[in-house]
Write a protein that binds this ligand. Structure first.
Ligand code: B12
Length: 216
């Protein structure tokens, strides 16, 4: 629908312009027009923030501009989040998840989306935030009797911490107690296999699919 595309374009433009108020207004317009919140998120905001990341790596924009775009994205996402959560709890899908962004890494926009989606799908989620030391994931997972540990990493340096978690679980001889799912922009299925994780999610949607179909 032309109106939908116009709103999605408005969402993208608000991220490029780093305009928090406009990002929130565009997100409200998307919901009012009946655009699926996940579509609004992925086709509106997410593409635009990734494009800003490209522009940053090509030196077309500088870090302060990227920070402001990320703030606009967070403002817009905050409008979409209740709609993501309201999508209905399916009691058949369940599990207790401890999730966070690994130590040394402050990126949390994508992780927060995964958290919102997991909650909407009926999972009990303990979100540890960002810059989380690996032992903390394990201690909270044990305290909360979690069956799933989710690790987000957006930097090629910090994705190594995902490997550390698996090694620590092996060392403590509790590897089999947890389904470990990894994600974040540099994370691939090949990396999941290399480190011996149980699952990987390219995006929030795939994260739910993988967890819903787990057998462990
Ligand atoms: C926004 C952003 C920032 C913001 C973060 C704000 C915030 N609160 O998160 C700010 C400006 C602070 C920032 C800082 C930095 N950033 Co930055 N950033 C980005 C950017 C542009 C977008 C990330 C994002 O939010 N994407 C949108 C969301 C929706 O997507 P996502 O994060 O990928 O999440 C989805 C999936 O990956 C998945 N997922 C995510 N987590 C998890 C977890 C699990 C368990 C699962 C299953 C799935 C999953 O589902 C999510 C939803 O669909 C990326 C570029 C990119 N292409 O990713 C660079 C990028 C990640 N940053 C980069 C860099 C270099 C930095 C800095 C080092 C810059 C600097 N010189 O200081 C710092 C590092 C700070 C730190 N210690 O963490 C590089 C990393 C390069 C590399 N490979 O190591 C990138 C790739 C940019 C680039 N092209 O150079 N950044």
């Amino acid at each position: 629908m032309a109106e939908h595309e116009e709103i999605l374009e408005r969402m993208r433009a608000s991220i490029v312009a780093a305009d928090e108020t406009e990002a929130m207004a565009a997100a409200e317009a998307a919901l009012a027009a009946g655009i699926e919140p996940l579509t609004a998120l992925e086709e509106g905001f997410a593409g635009a923030i990734r494009a800003q990341g490209e522009a940053f790596s090509n030196l077309d924009i500088f870090l302060p501009e990227l920070v402001l775009s990320a703030k606009a994205m967070q403002a817009g996402v905050s409008v979409l989040e209740p709609a993501l959560k309201a999508k209905g709890i399916d009691a058949a899908r369940s599990g207790v998840v401890v999730i966070g962004t690994v130590e040394g890494d402050l990126h949390d926009i994508g992780k927060n989306i995964v958290v919102a989606m997991l909650r909407s799908a009926g999972y009990e989620v303990h979100d540890l935030g960002t810059d989380v030391p690996i032992p903390n994931f394990i201690s909270v997972a044990e305290q909360t009797k979690a069956d799933i540990i989710g690790l987000s990493a957006l930097l090629s340096t910090t994705m190594l911490r995902q490997k550390d978690l698996i090694e620590l679980l092996n060392l403590k001889k509790i590897r089999e107690d947890f389904f470990v799912i990894v994600g974040g922009a540099p994370v691939t299925e090949a990396w999941m296999n290399e480190i011996g994780a149980d699952g990987y999610g390219l995006d929030a949607h795939m994260a739910i699919e993988v967890l819903d179909s787990r057998t462990k």
